[in-house]
Design a binder for this molecule. Structure first.
Ligand code: FES
Length: 261
């Protein structure tokens, strides 16, 4: 029979905290700013889809590129193609935005940010969430987040097309402000895409011996450095693509005059 003494270890129980959180810092600030930032991107994206001023030679708004419908103005079509024809007369942006949109929607970083800021699941560390249970991403519909790696391949193509648009602007209007806005945007979009966790896995995720695959090791090292900056790149590229898109539309509408554009 065991004897208890005053010095015997006490069995510890989980703290019964009745309040929502014991944190005294402004823990709500990051989810709030995230909510505002992502909401502004969503609202802008919806407006950009229905706005028709997306091309002014040699600039094309990133949200409408590639322009692949016969309704696209002359010079806006990628290599002159129009594989979508005038499919249901949908706005050109609507035909392709599902790919970069899906890439961001299923991104590991964005998932964390909108789970916290929109679903409050949880809103911050050490803060109670309003949901009664947590089922993770193992069931429908959140299990569909696993298609992220396939969106990555589409995002690579979109990133290359935006780089091509920037090069075209550079060739035809090297001193234009819009040209350099498109160049910076293309760099940030491609840096964000290459910093993707799926990209890091593709470069060397399954290798057992880096020494036998020196090229893949170098690619993995490069992508790993970008990957460490994935969160800031997600925000920088999001604002750059919105800014570049808005800039081209303002020039196309004549709100910004061309000699300086
Ligand atoms: Fe963020 Fe792939 S994890 S883009």
């Amino acid at each position: 029979m065991t004897q208890t003494t005053p010095d015997a270890p006490v069995r510890r129980q989980r703290a019964q905290v009745k309040v929502r959180t014991l944190r005294t810092d402004r823990w709500w600030l990051v989810p709030l700013l995230t909510f505002l930032g992502l909401s502004s991107f969503l609202v802008y994206g919806i407006w950009a889809i229905i706005d028709n001023s997306y091309f002014v030679d040699p600039y094309i708004a990133p949200f409408a590129s590639p322009c692949l419908a016969t309704s696209c103005p002359e010079g806006a079509r990628l290599f002159g193609w129009a594989p979508f024809g005038d499919w249901y007369a949908l706005p050109p942006g609507l035909l392709i935005l599902g790919l970069p949109g899906g890439f961001r929607l299923t991104c590991y970083y964005y998932r964390k940010s909108y789970y916290r800021s929109f679903w409050l699941s949880p809103p911050a560390c050490a803060v109670q969430e309003p949901h009664g249970k947590y089922t993770g991403e193992r069931r429908f519909p959140l299990i569909l987040q696993n298609i992220h790696r396939y969106f990555f391949y589409a995002a690579i193509v979109i990133g290359l097309i935006l780089a091509y648009d920037a090069v075209l602007a550079l060739v035809h209007k090297p001193t234009g402000l819009g040209t350099w806005i498109l160049v910076v945007n293309a760099v940030l979009i491609n840096a964000y895409t290459l910093s993707c966790h799926s990209c890091r896995h593709i470069t060397a995720g399954r290798l057992n011996h880096f020494s036998r695959h020196p090229l893949r090791y170098r690619a993995w090292t490069f992508v790993s450095k970008l990957n460490a900056k994935h969160q800031p790149l997600a925000w920088a590229s999001m604002f750059s693509v919105m800014g570049a898109d808005l800039y081209v539309r303002l020039v196309a509408k004549g709100i910004i005059a061309f000699p300086y554009a």
